[in-house]
Design a protein around this ligand. Sequence first.
Ligand SMILES: NC(=O)c1ccc[n+]([C@@H]2O[C@H](COP(=O)([O-])OP(=O)(O)OC[C@H]3O[C@@H](n4cnc5c(N)ncnc54)[C@H](O)[C@@H]3O)[C@@H](O)[C@H]2O)c1
Length: 397
Amino acid sequence: MHKVTMLGTGLIGLFYTMSLHGNRSRDHVEVVYSRSDERGSKFAQDWGIPRYTTDMKAAIEDPDTDTVVVGLPNNLHEEACILAAQAGKNVLCTKPLARTAAEAKRILDAVEKAGVFHGYLEDLVYTPKTLKALGSVRNGALGKVLWARSRETHPGPHSSWFWDKEMSGGGAIIDLGCHCVEIARNFIGKDIRPVEVMCWADTQVHPIDAEDHAVGLVKYANGAIGQFEVSWTFRGGMDLRDEVSGTEGTIWLNHWLRTGFEMFTAVGEGDYVAEKAEGTTGWLFPVGDEVGGLGYTAMFNDMFDSIDTKGTPREDFYDGYVVNAILDAAFKSAETKRWEPVMLEVWRGKDEVETDTFMTDYDAEHFLIKEEKMADGRTKLILKEKSGGKVVQKVVE
Ligand SMILES: NC(=O)c1ccc[n+]([C@@H]2O[C@H](COP(=O)([O-])OP(=O)(O)OC[C@H]3O[C@@H](n4cnc5c(N)ncnc54)[C@H](O)[C@@H]3O)[C@@H](O)[C@H]2O)c1
């Protein structure tokens, strides 16, 4: 059993606590930090947490807890993680790890220097559908992954600090792009180096200094492309979708809207339907098991199992650092309108990767480019001559 210090009583503090205290969990929040006495006291009462405090350092250094979960605004992650590392505790930090790669690197260095367990709480690589899809990719069902496209769009965040560029580190790119980039890394292979990024970003709707909409491409050393589509301007709820294309197959995932639970109510039944739902009446798309569906349950299982076995979780602070480095390049590209290199001070993946195109022999003289059954029953073969390289076609009755 692990005794947890929970930092933050906002949206993520709530989801994390729901998840930790669900399913007859052995791991329990023992102390919660909130800026407000009133909110801390209410949260502690609601969730059966023995202690609360408005002193973040005291919460982290609580002698009775072994694990600190950071669920605070982005600008506080560095301070909280470093204090937790210095206190010798396991540190689990929400996404994004930091506002920039430089900040993330300082956090990574602190936990590694202290030798403490660190887990990056990237829940969306732990959704039931994503875990299953990653298994299929690992088993070779898709061949080589060529393109991983990930979208997170909604009408914008629920607290003022997200909209303040200094506190958050950016807009939709830092808030939502961090998920999409890490989802694509998981499908393409976390040992494949992200090389460069091209990104469009704009502030289309809201009166803020940061971007509220962006689309980016992340090029990987093996030729694969990660694509992220993020927005705080999207209407209709929260759209979470991923597509993965490989040489031998395709996966489409829809995690949130219209996933099989559709309900109409003329009168509603209370205030909450699902995260970022825009209405409480009319056609609604509730979510059966929200903490499970968003990956929190499997994520905390992996984190605490890894602590117990002294193993490495699926996501750690090095992953958070790589994500921040990719996002730094995205911000730069949005400004320069050019491909920008991903600057990684430390690379722990493969240095050499295969980038060859696939040459399938048809016969001694030809490579096969494509074979297609036509509507008239004939088969068309598109071939490339091995000598000379001419592209020809052959029809087989
Ligand atoms: N899917 C996910 O993994 C996910 C989802 C939502 C948020 N997050 C992350 O969790 C962190 C917190 O986000 P949230 O949605 O819980 O935010 P929130 O605004 O709902 O809650 C923020 C919490 O931090 C506390 N806090 C302490 N100091 C603060 C300060 N100076 N200003 C504002 N709040 C302060 C607030 O009191 C509150 O308890 C962020 O890093 C965010 O990116 C992750």
